[in-house]
Design a protein around this ligand. Structure first.
Ligand code: HEM
Length: 507
């Protein structure tokens, strides 16, 4: 008890110092309570309500509001400024700087350049997306293997599995099949160390936000210790691969992303750190960081949405069976792209639970600040965003915005009838693919910085879902478990379990 009181007093003290130090430079109405400390504490428990309310207000007044949060403040812009926001150059409103700040990446990635100069990102855009067709069958095999290990092959006995834990391992293994190849992705020590690295970077990055920026630099050294330990456990496995690949003339394709990284590094001078096995290994960990957490949470959300509704689960299983009957053992993008029902369900789940409820974070870069379309000047260093939660639950755009309607985005272009006028007006027939971005859908971000890994993520999630729907019986959940809010972030409850049993092979 005494410990809790001391912790509460300490937290209150830190928040008070921080509230004083980080007072907002502009006078804007607050999105929640007008008392800064109360407002910040409120963000812990009422993030969802604050984001929804502010969006509703903005639909009529078009004003920016000050959004205070336990992990930092930002200015939430009205949806009418979204297109303006997307059109701003990186030199004025920077996505990269906002990403770096949100999780203190220059500190938590241990080498600031890995985050500040993300040379691995064009390779996601160029190589990964271009190779998806060839990669599909490898991912299919890997997901099947790891699910068999974690969910078992017993067709008689039901077993209870933790969704977050098992899906996190499936995602880590399947992603690393593409990042580092079939051998290393099956190395348990490497996968466990990678998962530890990813969770420590996120946790330490968030916790550092509790401290004023001048103090973070010093405290960072302490916070880096657990991350360093996890990285050294990963690098034990990665360094030999890169030593071998950098030593050979043409990097072998069996390691896919690692070989693209090595080939790409050859454009740097011989003395460049970018050519060293250490930097190349750190880039693989940056990929793991970008992909594992996001893809795991999105897959868990989709599974919970689907298995909370008998009709949806059965329609999606039927679609998978029809696809299996016509494509048999052929795995390519054409096959995945034909699964319109699953594609729509994924987009719908992302709309309902998009991980970035506070979307499109951008930092003001110019020393003179930036002038908003409404005339207010924001100072250099201010972060702006939009209410992604409000945008995705806007009833002017989506009918029954809080319901999971799995076929809401189903494209009808190939076989079905054209959408009615009412459907078109309500955006219910919109025919948007899961990986598409548009002004009403911010789950991947919008514009130049929209997630470059989304095509890979969509294919991986679909493959996991097809395996589950075809190979396993999943006991329906009585009702959809409530998601959790941590400040302005929404996640599926990590302790959720589902009851599953391997299906008998039909003869
Ligand atoms: C379902 C899974 C995923 C979700 C929901 C997701 C979501 C996002 C979002 C919201 C952004 C920020 C966009 C912005 O600020 O405008 C982003 C950026 C990014 N994502 Fe993803 N992501 C996912 C998977 C992945 C994967 C698998 C990779 C890598 C293979 C990846 C790599 C990146 C990178 C490198 C950026 C920074 C892009 C830039 O700043 O230009 N993501 N992602």
């Amino acid at each position: 008890m005494a410990g809790i009181v001391v912790a509460a007093v300490l937290l209150f003290y830190v928040l008070s110092v921080w509230a004083f130090i980080s007072r907002s430079p502009v006078r804007l109405p607050p999105a929640g309570s007008r008392w800064p400390i109360l407002n910040r504490l409120e963000s812990l428990t009422k993030g969802k309500a604050i984001l929804y309310r502010v969006y509703q207000k903005q639909l009529s007044d078009n004003k920016p509001y000050l959004l205070r949060g336990i992990f930092g403040d930002s200015i939430v812009l009205p949806p009418s400024m979204l297109e303006w926001l997307v059109s701003q150059p990186e030199s004025h409103l920077s996505a990269k700087s906002a990403q770096m700040d949100a999780l203190n990446i220059p500190l938590t990635f241990l080498r600031a350049e890995i985050g500040l100069n993300p040379v691995h990102e064009p390779l996601i855009r160029r190589n990964l997306t271009a190779h998806l067709d060839q990669i599909t069958s490898h991912i299919w095999d890997e997901v099947g293997l790891v699910l068999e290990e974690l969910w078992g092959q017993d067709t008689e006995v039901w077993r209870e599995v933790n969704l977050d834990y098992t899906i996190r391992h499936v995602v880590a293994r399947a992603s690393n099949r593409v990042f580092v190849g079939g051998e290393l992705c099956r190395n348990n020590d490497y996968i466990e160390s990678s998962l530890r690295y990813v969770s420590r970077v996120s946790a330490c990055g968030l916790l550092l936000n509790f401290f004023p920026s001048w103090l973070r630099h010093y405290l960072g050294v302490l916070f880096q210790i657990p991350i360093r330990v996890a990285y050294s456990q990963c690098s034990k496995h990665l360094l030999p691969i890169f030593s071998e690949l950098t030593g050979s003339e043409a990097a072998s394709c069996t390691h896919l992303f690692s070989s693209w990284l090595v080939n790409n590094s050859k454009k740097y001078p011989l003395s460049s750190l970018e050519r060293t096995p250490d930097y190349l290994s750190r880039r693989i960990m940056a990929l793991n960081f970008a992909s594992i957490h996001t893809t795991t949470l999105t897959t868990c959300n989709l599974l919970l949405d689907i298995f909370s509704d008998r009709t949806t689960a059965s329609l999606l299983r039927d679609e998978s069976l029809v696809s299996s009957a016509s494509w048999n053992t052929t795995w390519n993008r054409g096959r995945l792209n034909q699964m319109l029902r699953l594609d729509s369900a994924l987009r719908e789940s992302l709309r309902l639970w998009g991980l970035v409820a506070k979307a499109m974070s951008r930092k003001v870069m110019q020393p003179a600040g930036i002038i908003l379309p409404s005339g207010q000047r924001l100072l250099q260093g201010t972060t702006v965003c939009v209410s992604g939660w409000g945008l995705h639950h806007d009833e002017n755009v989506h009918q029954q915005p809080f319901e999971f309607i799995h076929d809401r985005f189903m494209r009808r272009s190939t076989h079905g009838a054209s959408p009615s006028q009412e459907e078109t007006e309500m955006g219910t027939s919109a025919g948007h693919a899961a990986a598409e971005t548009d002004v009403n859908f911010a789950a991947w971000g919008i514009g130049k910085h929209a997630c470059p890994g989304r095509f890979f993520a969509v294919d991986l999630i679909k493959i996991i879902l097809i395996h589950v729907l075809v190979d396993y019986e999943v006991e329906l959940l009585g009702e959809r478990p409530e998601n959790m809010w941590i400040e302005y972030n929404v996640i599926p409850p990590p302790a959720t379990t589902v009851s599953i049993r391997r299906r008998k092979l039909s003869v």
